[in-house]
Design a protein around this ligand. Structure first.
Ligand code: XIL
Length: 336
């Protein structure tokens, strides 16, 4: 049929979206849209530690399992998001890591990865093993590019390699992905970050760390241009290392575009196209995931500094509030 996944398949790629359980559960039209358009699903929060480990000694896989069952019933693959992140830690874990020795913290991380990646063993195409480990403008780096985090503080910089090794031991069928934000656009601090990412990827490969993919979150912002040359060079270097590339969380923050809906939708589509044309041209690129699929659910509307000055909701995603295909949908189909 005619869908984003059909267009992606023709190029040997997967297309998919983030699915939040509450929407999935409440809205049949949403489930139909996801079944029609996607070949790949990812849970927005349901496989994060905050939801899976609500209290010490207690696990909750109910919502993640429901989304996985739906994916399997529809012949869709799933990504896993996310094993080691500074955020979405349950309230009881911060203090625990705060008083743990390095060995105790490593042990906690190992048991957590074994718990969640063990539960989903054999069913996840790629896990975001680490998420947002590097600093950006708001989170200055603490050496080697790594940002402050309870994992860095308790285990030290070796926590990144260790997480990849534990996933590989737990589920060798799942590719290990380093998922990173703010590496896509044309501004000096992102270009500096890209250089540091490349150096760390090379060092990880040299150490034999079982990392297989690099994920560009791709929360694109209309306030910063896309530099196609810089982006292309970055991706080529990753591809030459033998790593796969994923677009893991695509959306377009349309804050810099006019209020008028038709104009805004066209600007969003053109902006995404400039980005996708470069990424999809890179042979190492494997899949494209948007962070949800329909405008009313975008996380951008809840984000303090991504709010539009005119107060209107963001139009960041391929489908509108009536599940109609927007210019962004058409741009994506054409880009595949
Ligand atoms: C977001 C979810 O979409 C929200 O529902 C949640 O409240 C916070 O996290 N980068 C990531 C994702 O890697 O995990 C974030 O997801 C969005 C930014």
């Amino acid at each position: 049929g005619d869908s984003l996944q059909a267009a992606a398949s023709a190029k040997g790629l997967l297309y998919g979206c983030e699915v939040p359980f509450h929407r999935f559960d409440a809205t049949p039209a949403y489930r139909q849209a996801v079944a029609r358009e996607c070949g790949l699903l990812v849970c927005g929060t349901e496989m994060k530690m905050e939801e899976v480990l609500p209290a010490p000694g207690k696990t909750d896989f109910a919502r993640g399992d429901a989304i996985l069952r739906f994916a399997r019933a529809n012949g869709q693959r799933m990504r896993g998001h996310t094993l080691v992140w500074h955020a979405a830690l349950p309230p009881w874990v911060g203090p625990l890591l705060g008083r743990a020795s390095a060995v105790q913290a490593e042990d906690f991380m190992r048991r957590w990865i074994e718990t969640v990646a063990g539960h989903y063993r054999g069913q996840i195409v790629a896990w975001d093993v680490v998420n947002e480990i590097f600093g950006n403008e708001a989170d200055p780096d603490r050496g080697g590019g790594l940002r402050d985090s309870p994992w860095l503080a308790s285990i030290g910089p070796g926590y990144v390699d260790l997480a990849f090794r534990i996933l590989h031991e737990t589920d060798p069928t799942a590719a290990g992905t380093w998922n990173e934000d703010a590496v896509e656009q044309g501004v000096p601090w992102m270009e500096a970050k890209r250089t540091k990412v490349l150096r760390r990827l090379e060092a990880m490969r040299a150490r034999g760390v079982p990392i297989r993919r690099f994920g560009l979150q791709s929360h694109l912002t209309s306030t910063i241009p896309i530099d196609q040359g810089q982006l292309r060079r970055f991706l080529r270097e990753i591809g030459q290392m033998g790593l796969g590339i994923e677009i893991t969380e695509l959306d377009i923050d349309d804050r810099a575009f006019p209020s008028d809906v038709a104009t805004r939708d066209r600007r969003v589509a053109d902006f995404a196209r400039r980005f996708l044309d470069v990424v999809l041209d890179e042979p190492a690129c494997l899949d494209v995931v948007t962070w949800d699929i329909y405008d009313p659910d975008t996380w951008l509307n809840d984000h303090p500094y991504r709010k539009r000055p005119d107060g209107l909701p963001q139009r960041a995603l391929p489908l509108d509030a009536q599940f109609q295909r927007k210019p962004l949908w058409h741009a994506m189909r054409a880009a595949f």
